[in-house]
Write a protein that binds this ligand. Sequence first.
Ligand code: NAD
Ligand code: UPG
Length: 328
Amino acid sequence: MRILVTGGAGYIGSHTVKLLLARGHAVTVYDNLSFGHRDAVPKETLVVGDLKDIDHLDQIMVVNQIEAVIHFAAFAYVGESVTNPAKYYQNNLLNSMNLLERVRRLGIPRFVFSSTCATYGVPTAMPITEDEKQSPINPYGNSKFCFEKMLADYAAAYPLGFTALRYFNASGAAPDGSIGEDHTPETHLIPLVLQVALGQRPHIEIFGTDYPTSDGTCIRDYIHVDDLAEAHLLALEKIQPNQGNFYNVGIGRGYSVREVIQVAEEVTGKKIAVKEAPRRAGDPPSLVAGSDKIRRELGWQPKYTQLRAILETAWNWHKAHPKGYGDK
Ligand SMILES: NC(=O)c1ccc[n+]([C@@H]2O[C@H](COP(=O)([O-])OP(=O)(O)OC[C@H]3O[C@@H](n4cnc5c(N)ncnc54)[C@H](O)[C@@H]3O)[C@@H](O)[C@H]2O)c1
Ligand SMILES: O=c1ccn([C@@H]2O[C@H](COP(=O)(O)OP(=O)(O)O[C@H]3O[C@H](CO)[C@@H](O)[C@H](O)[C@H]3O)[C@@H](O)[C@H]2O)c(=O)[nH]1
């Protein structure tokens, strides 16, 4: 398939591009490199461009005879979305909407969207199934939720098929050590913990120790980035015109912030200093995936089911690339 990957030079995008290429697809990456990295993708695949330059993007889709779009490009910091919602609605909703409209007009039949468990807000039951009411508690989650609705309306009215994958917490790195997680600024728990292990930070702050969880810290479902990548390939194969599907993608087991730190100490063999800090705005206490639907309907099966194995791949990447891609 000839596939456009927006945000393909980013963390999850680059791992998906690697898998798409390995499976013989023709890939065009469209990324403005605001967070992505030139070295994260083969240079012949990369078009540097911004989603808001919609005519440029349209031209790229026409020239490359695109048959499917995987849409990763977005801003993804939950905390920042609370203080700067405009930035999130502009990029994640308005720019996405413009892309979707061009996709429709060009008659491109397949669209895969990076959604998130942040669309559920504070769920009523755990693990979270796709039937859970979506009630986001931060602007980031709202921006993704609105776009899901737009996709559903488009698929009902037009010959477009889509799959929205609601990722839980992406983590880990390619096992061959070639690509990994490098955000500037870094706000994600696992890379920050590993930066402490590398001696690049004095301690990790634990955001909130009074949550209604087993040890008072937030619980998340950490899913290996290659297992996420595989979900995109399976989704692409199954998309049908006029149909839309929503799937949770997680391993179905939650780890608290303290547990992540403990496993990181085991994997790295280093003591990780911690500092207890107030809660971060917009964080739900616990998010764990019920992913039966994607297992059943797409035959998806995570290869990484233990945090330890996930952290080992992340640690390999961070040890070998202490400055990440070194371009920011
Ligand atoms: N990381 C997670 O745990 C997680 C969980 C759930 C959902 N998601 C979603 O998955 C997607 C990818 O997340 P990620 O962690 O890989 O983030 P990332 O920041 O590494 O990747 C996003 C990419 O999009 C690009 N981009 C952003 N705005 C753009 C624009 N206007 N034009 C062109 N390119 C643009 C960035 O340069 C970057 O390369 C996002 O949509 C995010 O919301 C991520
Ligand atoms: O220095 C830190 C950083 C994070 N946390 C906590 O660790 C957990 C995980 O945080 P983080 O790694 O920042 O991920 P999330 O905020 O859960 O967000 C990620 O996962 C979401 C799905 O859960 C996605 O939608 C987002 O795009 C993605 O950034 C949260 O409870 C944080 O409060 C800390 O305690 N200290």
